[in-house]
Design a protein around this ligand. Structure first.
Ligand code: ADP
Ligand code: MG
Length: 843
């Protein structure tokens, strides 16, 4: 079959041979992934051609397809290597790998010996491992490996200034043949989209209904359905297969963990009409010929890391407009097509244009350690396409430091180097090393493999509970037992299912375990496989603590699942966990998940005894003896606490609180307005206003002023010796205030901010003060007859205002110009009021 990319054959070969760097943009389905590696081979590239894929399933399917195209056996000239699967040989010239595998190879030998070309496919997905690997390959090409050829392929160039980043570089673009796709919006209820009733309840119903609507169409072709995850795919497939209207249609799920046979069936180029229900692997990674209808739920599961709270989040999110367009494009490959979007056009307009690259949203600890191990000390100055957020980098640095991988100078330690050798998050690499120390390497390996996989248990089937034992110290013990049962049953899905075990998960786990065992043994760790009952839980809890001390948690009470976690965080312990009711525990999983509500769940927990915690981290313990305010009793009580870092592990209340702390706590509540002092009255406010204003009017007098802190201090002074609100409620304030100033300062205050002034007609008037306002007197105008000039205070610097009151004491006018008032204001006032108040004197 002639593909658009074939037209570029010569140019591609030339570009790569001449400049060594090529950026190739062509739409999905134009033949990039299947043809470019062969073209490189034929143009004379020597050594191994490594093609980097973001996904395992794509690497595997492409390798098999290309091997078939070239008429060779898989694993011969064309092979693939993904996690748990090494399908290449001496003869291999083209190898499809995942970005994780390339990262490992770079780690093992940064020079990539034997590799002639690296092709980064689907680069627009911007996976963190691809970003980093590309940067390192560019460096490599500019230093010791000038002969290395680099090709970056992407469905779009609009990613992070890629073209400039790669300079000097040849750029080739191809436009594939695309047919028009008719896009229809058909919103389903927000509830189904957002999962208000649990994980996407009802989404599959809506999707099945949409499929039913399309199967009747004459030119539907194959129907490709996009869903966020395996769970949703399974539910939808079940519904559709059961329905009568789907007769004559083959229903094919498509996702990474599926068996190779079913994967092949889903993407097979020929065959009867199919409904393919897929994750976003079919968005750009895989092309399925003959699709004329796309049904898009518009959602994807997105992993993020929140550096502020230090937790992973796994949320179903709305895909970007760019992704939606890629998905729609799948319908127009062979003929005009149709795309049904299960959201509204309005919603579409509000979606983000592109997804955020991984470097901006995931935990950086693993990448950071890999870079440090590769000798890149200043990671901030690394050749990033887009640099990670400085704060996120800081958080990752801290974690590595805590795990002993970096020293105080942020340089990698021996232990850090050892940790970097494991294809694991540094946390779990540390766990394996701690396993060596506590003689439970295999147990640690099991835990590491388990947390990095989907796990052994089917969701919500009670497996965890069924396999756990009252005396267990860790939830992993149950998982271990279940894993052994699954192994005995040879991973038979039906039999495993009866026990709440996910056969597929267990099988994956076994592969991961084997791989870890190999690496652990190679690294000289003493891997001693535990048998059924011998999972050494006592040793495990010590090892786990070394890896997870930043996840130490304690329940808020026996009656609640709510917990406090070190670092001022909160979460909910798994209701089935054996760590429930422990003094403290660590959670291997701390993930924010969207279910009925958004919560942080603490799963896969291990009980920790306070003694062992204290023994391992003596300097992180502190005792606090102090006072706390009891809101309901409105009094201060004494509390003694034991803390691990900032987490309170034990506390006791009772006895006399230290009085200075009591005064401080009470004062805080008064300042915040929660408690009111009855004697904090107008006179007090006046006194403060006089002081504040005068210190501004006459700074030369060097009065102390009255700041927020002073405010708190005075109130604290008032609260001295008190323990409850009752004690302070009616305490005097003015006497405390007057002690605020020395004798001479008081004299200055009384002289220049007097409480009373004499007017020129002999009458006296009270002066009113307000912070940051001009002072004033308030008088009935009859008392002001004969006064034309208002008195001045602050050594003549500040003129008083007068609030003129009508005979009924109501304010009539505010003025600083009495003379003007007598001339212009008074006649009018007299006209208005004299008739009404004839008994008063009017001149
Ligand atoms: P691109 O990488 O540009 O998106 P591909 O090289 O993946 O394009 O696909 C080009 C063509 O190769 C597709 O249209 C499809 O017909 C065929 N193809 C790719 N992978 C497979 C496969 N696993 N099985 C059958 N055909 C395939
Ligand atoms: Mg491709």
């Amino acid at each position: 079959m002639e593909l658009p990319i074939h037209a570029l054959r010569d140019e591609i070969g030339e570009a790569v041979q001449q400049s060594g760097r090529l950026l190739l943009r062509a739409p999905t389905g134009s033949g990039k992934s299947t043809c470019v590696p062969s073209m490189l081979l034929e143009s004379g590239v020597e050594g191994l051609i490594v093609v980097v894929q973001p996904r395992r399933i794509a690497a595997r399917l492409l390798a098999r397809h290309v091997a078939a195209l070239r008429g060779v056996k898989p694993g011969g000239e064309v092979g693939h290597v993904v996690r748990f699967e090494n399908c290449m040989s001496e003869q291999t010239r083209i190898v499809y790998v995942t970005d994780g595998v390339l990262q490992r190879w770079l780690q093992e030998d940064a020079d990539l010996p034997g590799v002639g070309a690296v092709v980064f496919d689907e680069f627009h997905e911007r996976r963190i491992a691809s970003d980093v690997a590309l940067a390192r390959c560019l460096d490599l090409q500019e230093s010791s490996r000038e002969d290395l050829k680099l090709v970056v392929m992407s469905a779009t160039l609009e990613t992070g200034g890629l073209r400039e980043y790669l300079q000097p570089c040849e750029v080739l673009e191809a436009d594939g043949r695309v047919f028009p796709v008719d896009i229809k919006y058909q919103a389903i209820s927000q509830g189904a989209q957002r999962g208000a009733q649990g994980p996407r309840a009802g989404l599959w119903d809506h999707v099945a209904a949409a499929i039913k609507q399309e199967v009747g169409r004459e030119d539907a072709g194959h129907i490709l359905v996009f869903l966020p995850g395996v769970h949703e795919i399974r539910r939808t497939v079940e519904l559709v297969e059961r329905a009568a209207w789907s007769r004559g249609w083959k229903v094919c799920p498509l996702y990474s963990g599926l068996s190779p046979k079913l994967q092949d069936e889903a993407v097979a180029p020929h065959g009867s009409p199919r409904i393919i229900v897929s994750t976003n692997v079919a968005e750009t990674s895989l092309t399925i010929d003959g699709v004329c209808t796309v049904i898009d739920a518009g959602l994807a599961r997105v992993a993020r890391y929140d550096p502020v709270r230090g937790i992973d989040t796994l949320m179903i999110e709305k895909i970007s407009r760019a992704s939606a367009d890629q998905r729609a494009g799948r319908a127009g490959r062979t003929a005009p097509g149709k795309c049904l979007r299960l959201w509204s056009e309005n919603d579409h307009g509000r979606r983000v244009a592109f997804e955020l690259p991984e470097i901006k949203r995931v935990d950086l600890a693993e990448v950071l350690l890999a870079l440090k191990a590769a000798g890149i000390d200043d990671v901030a100055k690394f050749r990033w396409l887009e640099a990670p957020d400085a704060h996120a980098l800081e958080v990752a640095t801290q974690l590595l430091h805590q795990l002993g991988a970096l020293d105080v100078l942020e340089e990698i330690t021996e232990q850090g180097r050892a940790m970097a050798r494991f294809p694991l998050h540094p946390r779990y690499a540390r766990l394996l090393l701690a396993g060596q120390q506590h003689n439970c390497v295999a147990e640690a390996g099991f835990i590491a493999a388990a947390v990095q996989s989907e796990g052994v248990f089917l969701r919500g089937k009670g497996g965890q509970k069924a396999f756990s034992d009252d005396s267990d110290l860790t939830d992993f013990a149950a998982e271990w037992r279940a894993f052994n049962v699954a192994r005995d049953m040879r991973y038979d899905p039906r039999r495993c299912g009866d026990y709440g075990i996910m056969a597929r998960g267990a099988r994956e786990l076994e592969k991961a375990l084997k791989q870890l065992e190999q690496i652990a043994r190679r690294s000289g760790l003493n891997w001693r496989p535990p048998r059924d009952a011998e999972f050494d839980q006592e040793a495990v809890r010590h090892a786990v603590l070394a890896a997870l001390s930043d996840r130490l948690a304690a329940q808020l009470g026996e009656a609640t699942l709510s917990c406090r976690v070190v670092g001022n965080r909160k979460g909910k312990i798994d209701a089935e966990s054996v760590a429930k009711g422990a003094d403290a525990f660590v959670a291997a999983e701390m993930t924010e998940v969207e279910g009925r509500e958004v919560s942080v769940y603490l799963n896969r927990c291990t009980r920790i005894s306070l003694e062992s915690l204290q023994a391992q981290f003596p300097e992180d313990f502190s005792d606090h003896d102090g006072a706390v305010y009891d809101e309901s009793a409105r009094r201060v009580v004494r509390r003694r606490e034991t803390r691990f870092r900032d987490l309170v592990l034990a506390s006791k209340e009772g006895g006399e609180p230290p009085l200075d702390q009591a005064a401080h706590l009470l004062a805080q509540r008064v300042v915040s307005g929660e408690l009111k002092l009855n004697k904090w009255d107008r006179a007090v406010e006046q006194w403060i206003a006089r002081l504040v204003n005068l210190s501004q009017w006459m700074p030369e007098m060097e009065l102390p002023g009255f700041s927020e802190d002073d405010h708190q201090m005075v109130i604290e002074e008032v609260c001295q010796g008190a323990k409850s609100y009752k004690d302070i409620k009616n305490r005097d304030v003015l006497p405390v205030l007057s002690k605020w100033l020395s004798g001479p300062q008081k004299a200055v205050l009384d002289a220049y901010a007097p409480t009373e002034v004499k007017l020129s007609n002999g009458k006296s008037a009270k002066v009113k003060y307000k912070r940051d306002a001009e002072p004033w007197i308030a008088m009935k105008m009859q008392h002001l007859y004969d006064v034309t000039e208002l008195p001045k205070i602050a050594d003549g610097k500040v003129k008083l205002l007068v609030h003129l009151l009508a005979p009924n004491q109501r304010p009539w006018q505010v003025t600083g110009d009495l003379e003007g008032f007598w001339e212009r204001g008074y006649p009018q006032m007299k006209k208005d009021l004299a008739g009404r108040y004839p008994k008063h004197e009017w001149r």
